[in-house]
Design a protein around this ligand. Structure first.
Ligand SMILES: Cc1ncc(COP(=O)(O)O)c(C=O)c1O
Length: 384
């Protein structure tokens, strides 16, 4: 990629932000926990939101502001896949989309498969929808992580009704192969289960990896799958509240259509306006510049760990701005982020939140300037 890397905002400006990343801890703590990034917004988003603010365009979100067709065009440009905008609806965020779809596809008490270590709210959204979490951990192949398809089959054969897939996977940054996804779809189809694929990190797939939208993995995947997507990670729009529920088949789109109108009414208007701008071709150049910056940082982190924390084990992720780092060999206990925050004043995300596989781990958000990342690792290195 020959694009110049996007520059993160300086720390003095970031400290003026009011989001969780910058307000949860005091100014002496450098934050790398929650999944917010430190870049300036894409110019098309700034323009669209500034116009909306100036107009007082702060009412309710209409049913079709163009988000679905903007996403369909984005998916075609970026992933070579064109979902049908008529089979897409919006809601306020990815987690609510998952809960609302789950409510309609499972019955109370049904088991839903998750693949830990995984994004912590997955463990909560399943009970919220009336289901019970069934854990089928990822397999660590030594060079990368994979879905345990045998384990998934066992759980489905035992009665699990749905799989909550993270594709690409948070926190490992794994981009599942088309073959894996197609096999998963076959398994789900065989046991009359569904797959809900959370694809929020997909726009941040790095060079060298190829993202396959679950619904495009095979005809079976299109039949039994739901995708949930958003511009909120790639464009740092989490506070604006807009996510998309995507179906690719008559039966699944009937489920999405049957969700109460109230679910769609919860879409934030600023979220929808920003999503249209984010998914427009005009924002591709910004996204590529951000990817260039993240590509450098994911490698820089490996170098910094080698230098300052050589006992750390880290695999460079294939997607996203999150690094899953095993610090077990340092002897800092099950939850090393606690010591690191207390003694180095650096806030990483707590490994055990991601499931018991997260013991001894931290998750590091590298969507920041190289300087900030360097300072954080220097501080952590001083504890070693
Ligand atoms: C895999 C995954 N899903 C969902 C979310 C949250 O998305 P939302 O804020 O749209 O609910 C995140 C946030 O980091 C995430 O990493």
């Amino acid at each position: 990629m020959s694009v110049a890397p996007l520059q993160a905002l300086p720390l003095e400006q970031l400290r003026q932000r009011s989001s969780t990343k910058w307000r949860k801890y005091g100014d002496d703590v450098l934050p790398f926990f929650v999944a917010e990034t430190d870049y300036p917004p894409a110019p098309a988003i700034t323009a669209a939101l500034s116009r909306a603010v100036a107009l007082g365009d702060t009412g309710y979100t209409p049913p079709d502001l163009g988000v679905a067709s903007a996403y369909a065009a984005f998916a075609q440009r970026r992933f070579g896949w064109k979902p049908d905008p008529a089979r897409i609806r919006t809601t306020c965020d990815v987690m609510m989309a998952i809960v609302e779809i789950l409510r309609h596809v499972i019955s109370p008490g049904d088991r839903v498969i998750v693949t830990p270590p995984v994004y912590p709210p997955f463990f909560e959204c399943i009970p919220e929808a009336g289901g019970v979490v069934e854990r089928v951990p990822l397999i660590d192949r030594g060079t990368g992580w994979e879905l345990d398809l045998g384990g998934v089959e066992g759980a489905l054969a035992g009665g699990a009704r749905a799989v909550l897939l993270c594709n690409p996977h948070n926190p490992t940054g794994t981009v599942h192969s088309r073959e894996t996804l197609a096999t998963l779809a076959d398994l789900a189809a065989r046991y009359d289960a569904v797959v809900i694929s959370d694809e929020i990190h997909a726009p941040l797939t790095h060079r060298g990896a190829v993202f396959t939208p679950f619904l495009d993995a095979s005809p079976a995947a299109a039949r039994i799958g739901y995708a949930v997507v958003s511009a909120s990670k790639a464009f740092n729009l989490a506070g604006l509240k807009c996510a998309l529920m995507v179906a690719a088949d008559e039966t699944t789109s009937a489920v999405v259509r049957s969700l109460p109108d109230e679910v769609e009414w919860r879409t934030g208007l600023f979220g929808a306006i920003a999503a249209v701008a984010a998914f427009s071709a005009e924002s591709d150049v910004w996204l590529d510049a951000q990817l260039a910056a993240l590509d450098l940082n994911r490698v820089l982190l490996a170098e910094l760990l080698d230098e300052h924390v050589p006992a750390a084990r880290y695999r460079i992720p294939d997607a996203g701005f999150l690094a899953w780092v095993d610090l077990s060999d340092l002897g800092w206990g099950d939850n090393p982020a606690v010591k690191i925050r207390r003694e180095a004043r650096v806030a990483f995300h707590l490994g055990p939140f991601f499931g018991e596989e997260g013991r001894g781990h931290v998750r590091i958000n590298f969507g920041c300037s190289p300087e900030l990342l360097t300072e954080a690792l220097r501080r952590v290195g001083s504890l070693v």
